[in-house]
Design a protein around this ligand. Sequence first.
Ligand SMILES: CC1=C(/C=C/C(C)=C/C=C/C(C)=C/C=C/C=C(C)/C=C/C=O)C(C)(C)CCC1
Ligand SMILES: [Fe+2]
Length: 557
Amino acid sequence: MQTNLIARARDWTSYLSMDHIRTLKVQKDKSAPIDRSVGPNGGTDRPTEYVKLQSVSLGQSICPNRLIDNVSLEVACVKNYTKRHNLSISISWYLNWFQRGTYLRNGPGLWHIDDNDFRHLFDGYATLVRLHFENGRLTFGHRQVESEAYKAAKKNGRLCYREFSEVPKTDNFLSYVGELASLFSGASLTDNANTGVVVLGDGRVVCLTETVKGSIEVDPETLDTIGKFEYGDGLGGLVHSAHPIVTEREMWTLLPDLVRAGYAVVRMEAGTNERKVVGRVECRGGPAPGWVHSFPVTEHYVVVPEMSLRYCAKNLLKAEPTPLYKFESHPESGSYVHVMCKASGKLVASVKVPNFVTFHFINAYEETDEEGRVTAVIADCCEHNDDTTILDKLRLQNLRSFTGQDVLPEARYGRFRIPFDGSDIGELGAALDPNEHEKGMDMCSANPAYIGKKYRYAYACGAVRPCNFPNTLTKIDLVEKKAKNWYEEGAVPSEPFFVARPGATAEDDGVVISVISDKNGEGYALVLDGSNFEEIARAKFPYGLPYGLHGCWVPKK
Ligand SMILES: CC1=C(/C=C/C(C)=C/C=C/C(C)=C/C=C/C=C(C)/C=C/C=O)C(C)(C)CCC1
Ligand SMILES: [Fe+2]
């Protein structure tokens, strides 16, 4: 039976308030109207909080894969419904090892407050999605991260902090002057932690964005917002990389210095809240540091990219979004890659490279000669052919239009080579022919055990064209220089996340998890085999989810 559980749109939208928890009528009604207006390819933008569902259950075979012998879906009356809603999808499959642990995915998920609609994908308030695997059951839930920005917006019915492209309305000049002061203190910047989620070495789970104040600890079980992650080091900083490098022992991140153009490279020991400055990189171009959404590390070095797309204090202040939002392109200033020794904080290489545009570095490693001496650092990223238009393409209006049209800007598996021979020039090319992934490429992950080391495989969102957004899950083999796709017509997958099989020896021995929005905006969790990239399991959600960004795996203790 192909019945879907769909709450009528009217019912959902009338339960916006977190404070008024009521029972929703869940109806087996395929024809019920749903607001599919948000996210690339729709997604169902419903108020996300606290829904007490009527108890419904049905048996359903939802995976064609022969490895799944039986799937049943039950929507239970959630006891603890003041915390979250919770749907239980029972799957029995043969991957016993993969039955204990939680996949969390963060991303912007709510793009309006009352009647105020946001403009850009990155503006949305953070929504956490949780897929908990245990004893052959998948428990699914999702919830808003309760940042100050989100709570203030809900309370006041309007935007109160500066988001990626949205700015609160200023009534008069005096309050504008106040705004200026609050901007430089960081007070007016958002703490909407809508970009990534990481598990620190001591087990704490933190949602992140690019503002330092937007580091928020959450409970991976209940999705409760525990509170602000306070850095107790006095380092301050307004912005940092949205993607720190986290291991069991430590966390590395970059703090761009918007006043004295440069970057502080900082390290935080696991179990502490104290970042320590290991070294500083001075920018070689100007007038401000290049935007650094992410960066890679090798075993011994931190790679600091300096893009010619640079932060712009003036644009931070503008009331209306500029074409490049908070940034400004300075192709004439050049682009550079710097390499710092983790142990000494000394700069060991700094090279000029062709201009590039990247949000996501994938990995980096050291190239060595026969004697084991490091001759170069190789750093890989999703590179948008030095085309900044990707930022504007991610405006909600663009994502909602152009379905089926070939408007996705081209991207490649960018590979930098930073030589250690003292030369001033680095190389940038493609690690494989971009036609392998139809020149669509972003949202990459690799086996976490290979971070900083020579690696062979990566998982990304690629393209089957024509498309207006990446629409495949793609396994990339950097030795064979081949890509293998998972693709379903009209579906929009989120970042493929690799989870290694405990005890695995092969790099690709594990599973790849993704959350998919199908062509109707409904959704399912998908599990692929990391080695042959075949589908192992899928579990359909009773409603669609908005597009999300980055995830993490929280192993069950
Ligand atoms: C809030 C402020 C800022 C915020 C920056 C944010 C939230 C940046 C988020 C960047 C993300 C999510 C990038 C993802 C890229 C995905 C791509 C390119 C996918 C492509 C598919 O083809 C600042 C701007 C830092 C200023 C202060 C305030
Ligand atoms: Fe990101």
